[in-house]
Each structure stands twice: as structure tokens, then as C-alpha cells.
Design a binder for this molecule. Structure first.
Ligand SMILES: Cc1ncc(COP(=O)(O)O)c(C=O)c1O
Length: 302
């Protein structure tokens, strides 16, 4: 900790070897200390580049009033009215292997010849040597990773509010199952991507479409959909909506959260494409979750 004061924010720390020599401790101790400081958000480590003093976090906005969630999560009576219908066929199609000879364009896996296999193997080997790598990990995710996500999302999000899952699709499933009982409606953008509909149906939910135009989901129709269905969840992709590519405009961002809040509903923000942006794109809008003191938004990343 004292060592950190010698560097300005963003400044590079000495190499692990130099720290070993300076403090006369073992490399394992230095690695542990850096991991601890990274978990506390004081140090950022970049594989291959070294460790840096973290930029100070901008003041965390005060948390708002989340007590509305208690009403939203217990007031649902629709399960008694609507029979539960679980349809897992969409999920099974998503998971099945393609027929031989098919080249898939819908997944995120590169062809083996395009993968940086040596770099990936080296990174994996390095990760396997880290102290504690083979211990039982915490079920809600490594503290350093949760801290990293909290910083990335911004606003009043802290590591305690972050859960690490096996990907975006898994996170949407977890969120939907936690927020909406089987048989209830869930508002989805129309069009949306099939994986979203598949997990909603597999959770016994009824997807209700809300149209999207070039500026994202249409607020007046969203308001009407909440009124007509009594839904307590909207799944929304504010950034590069799949399949339209629409980005939710600044005015609509506020509208969507306000309308959901007024309906006593949650917004599952599927921010799947944030890290896929082109290098020369203008700055991206912040996640909806960064401007949400009252806990309306559940932010999902791939
Ligand atoms: C809009 C959208 N959300 C979520 C996902 C799922 O992402 P992951 O591969 O992290 O499960 C995808 C995948 O294509 C997607 O298109």
C-alpha cells in the first residue's frame, strides 16, 4: 500500500521481480499482494503489460430507494390465472451441434485457424499457476473479477452487486428466473434475438413483444405494454440491439427506466455487444445501470 503512494494514478508499478528484490519477499507474496490490491480496486493488472496504480473511482452516487422491489417481487398473482407452459425446444436447438459441413456464423467462436492458440495457452498456464488457482472458488465469482465488472459498469454498482455467470445467455436466464414467476409475461423487444425468446419460454414465461425502431424500444408502446400485461420485467438491449443494431437515444434511456420504475418493474439490460465496438466508434453511452440509483436495472454482459 505504501508503495502505491509513490506513483500517480495510472502510473506503472515496478515489475514483480523488482518488488521481490525491494521487499525481500517471495514471488508468491508479491502476486498475492497485487491480487489483493486489485480486488480492492487500487491496482489494475494488464497481462503482458504489468501492474498500474488504478485511477481513483469517481465518487459513488448515493444509493436510492430500492424498497419498491419488495412489492414488485411479491405482488404477482398472475401464476394463479395463467397456466404454466414450459417450452425448452428453442434452447435445445441453440445448444445442438450444426449438421456436418455447416459453417456457423451465429456464434462467437472463431475458426481454430484464426484463434491465437499460443497466447491463449500461455495465459491459461499462467492463470493455473496463480496462488489459490486450484482452491474452491467463491460461487458468486472471484472478488477481483466482480470488482472489475463493478468498475466497468459504473454508477453506484459495487462488487457485492455483481454475480459472475457462464455468459450472457446464462445471466439472462438467472435474472428472468429470479424476477418473474412461471406463467407471467415478460416484455421483450420486437424483433429480438432467438436465444432470448428461448430462455424466456424455457423458464415458463410469456414473451410479449414491444416494437423497436431506429432509436430503440418505443416508450409509448412500452408504457402501454406494461399497462396491458402487468409485466414486472422488460428485457432490453440499449446498445447495438440484436438484430436491428439500434442504439437507445439519450431521451429514451431516461424514459425506459422511468416507465419501468412507474410500473414497479425491472429492466434486464442486455449489454452484450459493448466490447465488440469498432475501434473508431465515438464514445459509447454509459450502461443504463450506471444511472439507476433505485435498483431498476439488472445489467447483463457477455
Ligand atoms: C443480444 C444477445 N444477448 C446475449 C447473448 C448471449 O451471449 P453469451 O454468448 O455471452 O451467452 C447474445 C449472443 O449472441 C446476443 O446476441
Amino acid at each position: 500500500r505504501a508503495e502505491l503512494d509513490r506513483y500517480s494514478p495510472g502510473g506503472k508499478l515496478p515489475s514483480s521481480r523488482a518488488l521481490v528484490e525491494r521487499y525481500r519477499v517471495s514471488p508468491v507474496t508479491v502476486t498475492r499482494a497485487l491480487a489483493q490490491l486489485a480486488a480492492e480496486g487500487l491496482v489494475v493488472t494488464r497481462p503482458g503489460a504489468g501492474a498500474f496504480r488504478a485511477e481513483p473511482r469517481t465518487a459513488t452516487p448515493a444509493a436510492g430507494d430500492t424498497s419498491w422491489q419488495e412489492v414488485a417481487l411479491s405482488a404477482d398473482t398472475a401464476t394463479e390465472l395463467v397456466p404454466r407452459a414450459v417450452d425448452a425446444s428453442g434452447v435445445l436447438v441453440t445448444l445442438s451441434a450444426p449438421p456436418p459441413g455447416t459453417i456457423e456464423f451465429n456464434g462467437g467462436y472463431l475458426h481454430p485457424s484464426l484463434q491465437p492458440e499460443r497466447a491463449l495457452s500461455a495465459a491459461l498456464a499462467r492463470a493455473g499457476r496463480r496462488p489459490g488457482a486450484w482452491g474452491r472458488p467463491p460461487v458468486d465469482g472471484l472478488p477481483e473479477l466482480r470488482e472489475w465488472f463493478a468498475r466497468e459498469i459504473g454508477g453506484s454498482v459495487t462488487a457485492a452487486g455483481v454475480l459472475v455467470t457462464a455468459g450472457g445467455q446464462s445471466a439472462i436466464t438467472t435474472a428472468l428466473r429470479a424476477l418473474a414467476p412461471p406463467g407471467t409475461p415478460v416484455l421483450v423487444e420486437s424483433p429480438t434475438y432467438p436465444g432470448m425468446l428461448a430462455v424466456a419460454r424455457a423458464a415458463g414465461l410469456r414473451p410479449v413483444p414491444v416494437p423497436v425502431d431506429a432509436g430503440g424500444v418505443r416508450p409509448e408502446l412500452l408504457e402501454a405494454a406494461f399497462r396491458a400485461t402487468g409485466a414486472r420485467v422488460l428485457v432490453c438491449q440499449p446498445l447495438f440491439q440484436n438484430p436491428t443494431g439500434a442504439v437507445l437515444g439519450p431521451e429514451r434511456r431516461r424514459e425506459v427506466v422511468r416507465i419501468a420504475r412507474a410500473a414497479g418493474a425491472f429492466v434486464v439490460e442486455d449489454d452484450f455487444a459493448r466490447l465488440l465496438v469498432h475501434e473508431d466508434a465515438p464514445p459509447l453511452p454509459a450502461p443504463l445501470a450506471a444511472e439507476d440509483p433505485d435498483g431498476v436495472v439488472v445489467h447483463v454482459r457477455s
